[in-house]
Design a protein around this ligand. Structure first.
Ligand code: MN
Length: 212
């Protein structure tokens, strides 16, 4: 059985980038619903009763109900950890972009510089993936098996952990571009939501997820 993970901040902590009402509905309604439906579906798939969410999503021929609700459970769990109040994010970004080579972030900066030419260029590519995902889905920064970092998007609740995803690999950062993630505050202006997202990225989590 999976449990709705505890949020590490209050619903209003990400204001004004993400408003408190959106956070509350997104977490208490949407994420809770994915969690419950995942647990319900696992009652009918007893073979996966002891599996981790990563193991479930990595199954070949994953049943659609587990794909949608397992993906929804996992993606949102990762997303909440990937964002943080803007003052914390700003300090992290300064160290990432301007810190010395002995900074803990230099490993991440080197990887982004190597595969996107610069942190700025990475942000541009990721933003474009988020803006152009048609309909509901997610934008991702993924570490491929060969160590290369790539950006892209997935529809619905698909995740890079799924074996049939072209963007297969280890997720480092993600952004929810379902309308439920931004419509109350931004209405149809997904571009503004994506631009503001960079104020609340939890860069230490991106760094921690990067393979040594
Ligand atoms: Mn969502």
């Amino acid at each position: 059985m999976f449990a709705l993970p505890k949020l590490q901040y209050k619903f209003d902590a990400l204001e004004p980038v993400i408003d408190a009402q959106t956070m509350e509905l997104h977490y208490s309604k949407h994420h809770r619903s994915y969690t419950q439906k995942l647990n319900d579906a696992l009652m009918k798939h007893k073979g996966l009763a002891e599996a981790s969410i990563e193991e479930i999503l990595g199954q070949k021929n994953l049943p659609l109900v587990l794909r949608n609700n397992g993906g929804g459970y996992y993606n949102h769990t990762l997303f909440w950890e990937s964002i943080t109040p803007s003052a914390i994010s700003a300090a992290q970004l300064t160290e990432l972009t301007q810190g010395s080579t002995s900074s803990q972030y230099s490993r991440l900066k080197q990887a982004l510089d190597r595969d996107f030419k610069s942190v700025e260029n990475f942000k541009k590519d990721f933003s474009q993936a988020a803006e152009t995902q048609f309909g509901s889905g997610w934008a991702w920064l993924v570490e491929q098996q060969d160590g290369r970092l790539v950006v892209g998007s997935t529809p619905n609740q698909d995740s890079p952990l799924m074996v049939d995803i072209q963007l297969h690999g280890r997720p480092l950062l993600l952004l929810d571009v379902w309308e439920h993630a931004y419509y109350l505050k931004y209405q149809n202006r997904r571009v503004d939501y994506v631009a503001n997202f960079w104020q609340i990225v939890n860069w230490i989590k991106v760094l921690e997820r990067l393979t040594d």
